[in-house]
Ligand binder design. Structure first.
Ligand code: 6PG
Length: 243
């Protein structure tokens, strides 16, 4: 397996500039692929400003909605309509207005356990991809959006969680979260997250300062281990840098 390229850190002024830069990168990934496009979204608060930009006329008109499929990198194990549900947040802000229903691929949470949900989503990803093994030469996603939590988690891969070492499975159930909301989660694994042309982390605000400093070391945090087999970019604003 090829080793990932170093992370490309891009510093922007503030959260508005950050969302703008993320939207431009998303458009560039869409333009680079004339066929079917797969974008994996993230939850939390970091991507909300980006999602709000995508409903503005400037972006909504440019996105070829009939060619783009929307996935989610991790989910809180709550009902699909619960405001804590990551895909519900993305649907509410932009997807339900523009994306064809069958192009929205939520992690199913109306099942008995996070483990069952993980198995079903893995099957869905494999059927979309057309194979059960990921080929490093053929990424599953064009773009993978990511956030970083205060403990260095990313998606729902928390520090020291055994599934961080998963090499075969694409999706796992996560019985316990380390941070709020304290609900079980379902998460893509590091190899599935890595299978993308670009992994784009967004990090903004004073409260991210401490974790950003830890990310600059070799500490074995999930967010330091999640890397694209293509390009990995960290968009960071001045407040997170301490500027
Ligand atoms: C979730 C996320 C999680 C999130 C980080 C950052 O379901 O909570 O997907 O990984 O991206 O915790 O969260 P914020 O963007 O809210 O800081």
């Amino acid at each position: 397996m090829p080793s990932p390229a170093p992370i490309n850190r891009i510093v922007v002024a503030d959260p508005v500039a950050l969302a703008d830069a993320a939207a431009k990168r998303l458009m560039a990934r869409i333009e680079a692929n004339p066929d079917r496009i797969a974008i994996c979204l993230t939850g939390g608060s970091s991507p909300k400003q980006l999602y709000r930009l995508l409903v503005t006329e400037a972006y909504a008109k440019q996105i070829p909605w009939d060619r783009v499929h929307w996935f989610i990198g991790d989910e809180r194990f709550v009902s699909p309509a619960d405001p804590l549900n990551n895909m519900a947040m993305a649907r509410g802000i932009f997807l339900d207005r523009f994306a064809p229903k069958d192009h929205i691929h939520p992690i199913p949470t109306d099942v008995a356990t996070p483990e069952e949900s993980a198995r079903l989503y893995e099957r869905e990803l494999q059927s979309f991809y057309g194979a059960k093994e990921l080929d490093p030469a053929r990424p599953l996603f064009d773009l993978m959006l990511m956030g970083i939590g205060p403990d260095g988690h990313t998606a729902s891969l928390f520090p020291d969680y055994p599934a961080l070492n998963e090499t075969k499975r694409w999706v796992v159930g996560v019985p316990q979260a380390h941070v709020e909301p304290f609900v079980p989660r379902v998460s893509l694994t590091l190899p599935a997250l890595a299978s993308c042309c670009e992994m784009l982390f967004e990090l903004a605000g004073n409260e991210k300062r401490a974790i950003l400093a830890r990310l600059s070391t070799d500490e074995s945090l999930p967010a330091n281990r999640a890397r694209s087999l293509g390009e990995t970019v960290l968009l960071v604003d001045q407040a997170a840098l301490g500027g």
